[in-house]
Design a protein around this ligand. Sequence first.
Ligand code: DGY
Length: 321
Amino acid sequence: MRKPTIYITRKIPEYLLEPFKDRLHITMWTSESKPVPKDILYEEAKKADGLLCLITEKINQAFCQYASHLKIIANMAVGYDNIDLESAQKNKIIVTNTPDVLTETTADLTFALLMATARRLIEATNYIYNDQWGEWSPFMLAGSDIHHKTIGIVGMGRIGEAVAKRAKGFNMDILYHNRSRNLEVENELNATYVSFEDLLKESDFVVSLVPLSEATVDMFDKKAFQTMKSSGIFINASRGGVVDEDALFEALDKKIIRAAGLDVFKQEPISSTHPLTKLTNVVLLPHIGSASLATREKMLKLCLENIDLVFQGKQPKTPIY
Ligand code: DGY
């Protein structure tokens, strides 16, 4: 019997493919670091029965119509704003993502970013590299406390909950805003559900973990930053599209808020000439939320398992719809 052909849009290690090779004919793009060009993606998708793709691939209406024969698209991410779900569904393509396996790793990074921003770790490192360290002095690189402060989490899903658990360990008060109430975090972590506006007003740290959708695009805008405390710190570990970056730049530049830690941007990658890189009160990371070796392996394995299950006529583990 013919094995289904799977196209993977990056080069991934052979050892991850081994367990699936008996049942799947796997082909892939030749680079680990560079996305597959659009024309090659289309050409390969035409020959394939299933696709394993990354957030760098735009799976839009045109693609879903062109590759409507695909049985499954396995997205190597928990977020799926790169995929036009309606079009995929219309063309009867199963779409899967990678929830759960990256929750703790992404929460670790979110909290690390919060701490690095509050305690000015990048500025402090650069202090040494730039030979700025003169004498020890009372307010040299003095930052913001984290313990006993208030964290406001926007988007209380799995990762939000994992960040809240970490915040609890730092004796922080936890506020959250979400589409629906999360009674587990209210009961177990003493988190308080508040309106978006109250969260902005009352939090020392505003942490965005909200997925990008029509409802959340640019939700952190000029008004939001003006509502935050002037000592407030903004952290974004979800998607750049939820932030009006011009408004954020202005808020940081004019000290409307104290600082920001960002793992994600509207248009990725950003370069060293991006306006935000001109500021000292930011910590900028290249979208590494889930980037531990173990978690990235688990994400790829889950994608392959989902594909394998679908071609065995079974339910994938993590379908989106
Ligand atoms: C996700 O999973 O959505 C991340 O942003 C990519 O790892």
